[in-house]
Design a protein around this ligand. Sequence first.
Ligand code: FNR
Length: 345
Amino acid sequence: MDTQYIQTKQYEEAARSLVDAAAWCYAESGCGNEQTLRANIAAFEHLYIRPRMLVPMDAPDLSTTVLGTSISLPVMAAPVGFQQLWHPEGERASVQGTGQAQTLYVASSSATTSLEEIAGRVCSPLWFQLYLFEPRSLSAQLVQRAQQAGYQAIVVTVDTPYYGRKERFWRNQYSLPEHIRKANFSDDVDPMVSSTFDWGVFDWLRTLTDLPLIVKGILTAEDTCKAIEHGVAAIVVSNHGGRQLDAALPSIVALPEVVGAARGEVEVYLDGGIRTGTDVFKALASGARAVFIGRSLLWGLAVQGAEGVNQIFAILREELEYAMVLSGCPDVNCITSDLLKECNW
Ligand code: FNR
């Protein structure tokens, strides 16, 4: 690895001193008292690895596939809005860095670069994240534009019927700078998320596109079954990085329940609290096929633009590689639940 930083948290420290206070607070905040934000990270500390010895291997194989697309490591870029807050190049840099790492990028509905311009960079596989906006025609147009621009799947975020109460951000009386705007919409449109949708929205989306539909924001077995009934191709176990419902389950705690209910019928991914390669290992051992990173990607972006994003993936790659060799896993399919033990003390 060719970087002066060897841990994602060093990027966090460096980013903190570079980024404007309002932008920092906006991204780092969770909602409410931030119980879920803290627990997303803390819950990983209760999981320990049961390593196996003398499993012969050369370098382990970290590559995998998500919905048939090859990625060089089981870590992908989560949809994160307003990335020009972090670097003048914003999404253009983050998609480039993700491509350099040979993994997949999810473009946010709330990006500061249009979905067409992001797709124009075409150096990584791309999915498009959709918030369920009213009027519905706004959502429909985004889906159709994403399909036309070559995105390979639509990730539908269902945990946002309201935008969460980011009270730390509000308490500090911060607001985002005027020039930060949602580039997927014209200036006279103010897209609002809506609380009026039900599961039938997936049936409606299916009439608009042939692309696979992925649901993001699932934390229970009940909703896993609903999602499968409505034809989703994959599930992202997520609480939006602790930014929607405070006191919602930490993602890594919810994951086994969702994996159990999915019964191998759909792929299951996780996001929330991934900061190290051993976190990735623990998520895979708990049944995730791959994970997404949100805030840690922003730290790399703030410090070094595209190269910083690439380096964040490089750090996670190297840490995961070490964890795999030291626990006897020649490839990601060997990372199974028998290698994990929960210890609560
Ligand atoms: C997000 N997240 C998010 N999710 C989404 O579906 N659409 C979006 O536009 C955004 N925007 C966004 C902005 C910022 C600043 C953050 C921190 C997060 C949530 C994101 O996709 C992911 O679920 C979490 O970030 C994962 O948690 P970690 O990795 O940040 O702990």
